[in-house]
Design a protein around this ligand. Structure first.
Ligand SMILES: O=P(O)(O)OP(=O)(O)OP(=O)(O)OC[C@H]1O[C@@H](n2cnc3c(O)ncnc32)[C@H](O)[C@@H]1O
Ligand SMILES: [Mg+2]
Length: 190
């Protein structure tokens, strides 16, 4: 299969690092562009579609974008795509405080990749979900809410586990699996 080069439009260096690690053995080569793209309000799908459309217009070619949501069961899926603002204002401790008084700390991490074939085309979405729960921060504070998210079936948070372990079970890995499968079908048509 021929290698496929893709531009990942993101301002988040940690996302890029994980994507490159997960795709290291694949035929997909990722370069990146940090463009400032306004993020609309709406469902995770609406946010993802709008961002990718705009990225393709600015880039003038095909691209992928990615949106990560952290969804609390007790809050019916919120903060969801607004987690970046919640993290910034409340920090790890605040995310835990938000759930005080609720019967469950269950949460899921949702990753939505969007692929645009170029300006004017409708992006296609690929979602990956990992279930877990919100816990008081444990582990290095290198990447977002990693210290507060303990995936189901593990006694370590995302931040405590080795990168290779996170990359085998993460919301991002699961979404990339679907994107890869789709890109393979395109390559076969080439
Ligand atoms: O340029 P983009 O790709 O939009 O990068 P971003 O940092 O703005 O990312 P999002 O809009 O998707 O916001 C998601 C927030 O969740 C954080 N985040 C994303 N993936 C994460 C992961 O796997 N573990 C912990 N935090 C994560 C990220 O740092 C943001 O604060
Ligand atoms: Mg963003």
């Amino acid at each position: 299969m021929a290698a496929r080069k893709l531009t990942f439009v993101t301002g988040n260096a940690n996302k890029l690092k994980e994507v490159q690690a997960i795709l290291a053995e694949s035929q997909i080569e990722i370069d990146s562009q940090d463009l400032d793209i306004p993020e609309v309000q709406g469902t995770t799908q609406e946010v993802a579609l709008a961002k990718c459309k705009r990225a393709a217009e600015l880039l003038g070619g095909p691209c992928i974008t990615e949106d990560t949501a952290l969804c609390f069961e007790a809050l019916h899926g919120l903060p969801g795509p607004y987690i970046k603002h919640f993290m910034k204002e409340l920090g790890h401790e605040g995310l835990n405080t938000l759930l005080v008084g609720f019967p469950t700390t269950a949460a899921w991490a949702l990753c939505t990749f969007a692929y645009s074939a170029g300006p004017g085309t409708e992006p296609i979405l690929f979602e990956g979900r990992t279930d877990g729960r919100i816990v008081p921060a444990r582990g290095p504070t290198k990447f977002g809410w990693d210290p507060c998210f303990e995936p189901q079936g593990f006694d370590q948070t995302y931040a405590e586990m080795p990168a290779e372990q996170k990359n085998k079970i993460s919301h991002r890995y699961r979404a990339l699996e679907k994107l890869q499968a789709y890109l393979c079908t395109l390559t076969q048509q080439d």
